[in-house]
Design a protein around this ligand. Structure first.
Ligand code: PLP
Length: 374
C-alpha cells in the first residue's frame, strides 16, 4: 500500500497505540479520588505537558477536546458569546476549513457580520486582514496552512499588527495542518487561541486540543462536571489523550528531519509532475507535506479510484468535501476544469521517492487508458 492521504488522516504510531492500550487497561476516571483515578489523571497531565511543550506554552493553557472541529467551534462561539454582543464582526480567510467557516455561517444567520478575506493572485496578504478588522471585530481566525493546497497564510504578520491596533480583538489560528509539521512557537503567531488535532499527527481520531492564552477569557461550549478546569466538561478520554501525547512526543523529537524529507519529496513530485505535463496547483511556498496536482482530462474521483486499484491512496481535494466541488480551489484561482481534475498528495515521514515514481507511472497509465473515454 502507498498512503499519500496524510492531510486527511495519518497512520497511528506504534507508540500511540501502545499508550492507548495501556490507558484502556488502566481504566480509571481522572476525577476519581482513589489510586486508579490518580493514575489516569497523571496520564492526562503528562500528555498535556507534551502538547504544551510542542507549542512552547504552559500546560494550563491547553484544553483537550474531541478534535479540531470542537476546538475551532469553541474558539469561534467562545469569542462570539463573550464579546460578540459589543463586537458583532468576525474576520476569517475565504479558505478556512468548514470547522471554522460553518460556525461563522451560523453566526451570520444570527446577525453577525462575517468578513471573508480572499487571496490575491499571489496568495494572501497580511494587510488585507488588517484592513478588514475594525473596533467592532470580536475575532480574527486564520488557518496556518490550507488543507487542500498547503498554501501558507500570513498568520504571524497579520495577528501581530491586529493585536497591536486592536488588543481586545481575539485571534485564533487553525494550526491543524502545521502542528508538529514545522517547528512553531505559539508566541510567534500572536494567536490567543490555537486548534490542533490528534489524527493528523499519527494519534487516533477523536482527540484534539485548544490552546487558550493565559488571560484570554471566552465562554465554554460544554457545561457539566467541570473537567478541564471548568472549560470543557465531560470525562476526559484518557486513552485518546494518552495516545495523542505519545505521538506528539515521538514527532516532536524529529520535526526538522521529517520536514526536510517532505520538502525533498515535494520537490521531486513537482519536478516529475511538470515533466509529465500535470498542473501543480500548490503555490511555490506551500507546506511541502501537501501537494495539489491536476491531470487535465481526468476527473478527480475517477483518478482516485484508478489509483486505489493499485493500492495508492490519495484524496480528491479535501477529505471533507467528499466529491463536492471545492470552493477552496476556486478561491485560489484554479480554473474549474483543473479543479475537477485535482488530487491531493499528502506526505508523512514514511513516504519515499520510489513511491512517487510508482504514483507517476500510475498517473501516466491512467491518462493513456482513460483520457477521452466516457
Ligand atoms: N481544520 C483543518 C485545517 C483540517 O484539515 C481538519 C481536518 O481535516 C480540521 C480542522 C478538523 O479536524 P478534526 O478531524 O480533528 O475535527
Amino acid at each position: 500500500m502507498i498512503y499519500f492521504d496524510n492531510a486527511a488522516t495519518t497512520i497511528p504510531l506504534d507508540s500511540a497505540v501502545a499508550a492507548m492500550n495501556d490507558a484502556m487497561t488502566d481504566f480509571g476516571n481522572p476525577s476519581s479520588l482513589h489510586g486508579l483515578g490518580l493514575a489516569a489523571s497523571k496520564r492526562v497531565a503528562a500528555a498535556r505537558r507534551i502538547i504544551a511543550d510542542a507549542l512552547f506554552v504552559t500546560p494550563q493553557e491547553i484544553y483537550f477536546t474531541s478534535g479540531a472541529t470542537e476546538a475551532d467551534n469553541t474558539a469561534v462561539f467562545g469569542a462570539a458569546n463573550t464579546i460578540g454582543k459589543r463586537k458583532p464582526r468576525i474576520v476569517i480567510s475565504s479558505v478556512e476549513h468548514p470547522a471554522v467557516a460553518e460556525p461563522c455561517r451560523y453566526l451570520e444567520s444570527k446577525g453577525f457580520e462575517i468578513v471573508r478575506v480572499a487571496p490575491r493572485d499571489d496568495g494572501f496578504h497580511a494587510e488585507d486582514f488588517i484592513a478588514a478588522v475594525d473596533d467592532k471585530t470580536c475575532l480574527v481566525s486564520m488557518m496556518l496552512f490550507n488543507n487542500e493546497t498547503g498554501a501558507p497564510l500570513p498568520v504571524s504578520a497579520a495577528f501581530k499588527r491586529i493585536k497591536k491596533f486592536y488588543p481586545d480583538t481575539l485571534t485564533h489560528c487553525d494550526m491543524v495542518q502545521g502542528f508538529l509539521k514545522i517547528p512553531c512557537k505559539a508566541k510567534d503567531l500572536y494567536a490567543d487561541m490555537i486548534s490542533v488535532s490528534g489524527h493528523k499527527v499519527h494519534a487516533p481520531k477523536g482527540v484534539g486540543a485548544l490552546y487558550v492564552k493565559k488571560g484570554t477569557h471566552i465562554s465554554s461550549m460544554m457545561y457539566g462536571g467541570g473537567q478541564e478546569r471548568g472549560f470543557r466538561s465531560g470525562t476526559e478520554s484518557v486513552p485518546l489523550i494518552s495516545a495523542f501525547g505519545a505521538a506528539a512526543s515521538e514527532l516532536s523529537a524529529d520535526i526538522q528531519s521529517i520536514y526536510d524529507n517532505a520538502a525533498a519529496l515535494s520537490e521531486y513530485l513537482k519536478k516529475r509532475a511538470a515533466e509529465c505535463g500535470f498542473a501543480v496547483n500548490s503555490p511555490e511556498d506551500a507546506l511541502p507535506y501537501i501537494n495539489s496536482i491536476a491531470v487535465a482530462g481526468l476527473r478527480s474521483e475517477v483518478l482516485l479510484h484508478y489509483l486505489e486499484q493499485r493500492e495508492i491512496y490519495v484524496s480528491s481535494g479535501s477529505a471533507c468535501s467528499k466529491g463536492k466541488k471545492s470552493t477552496v480551489l476556486r478561491e485560489f484561482h484554479i480554473p474549474d476544469e483543473l479543479a475537477d481534475s485535482t488530487i491531493r498528495i499528502s506526505f508523512c515521514a514514511k513516504n519515499t521517492k520510489e513511491e512517487i515514481d510508482t504514483l507517476i507511472t500510475a498517473l501516466l497509465d491512467a491518462k493513456k487508458e482513460l483520457v477521452g473515454k466516457k
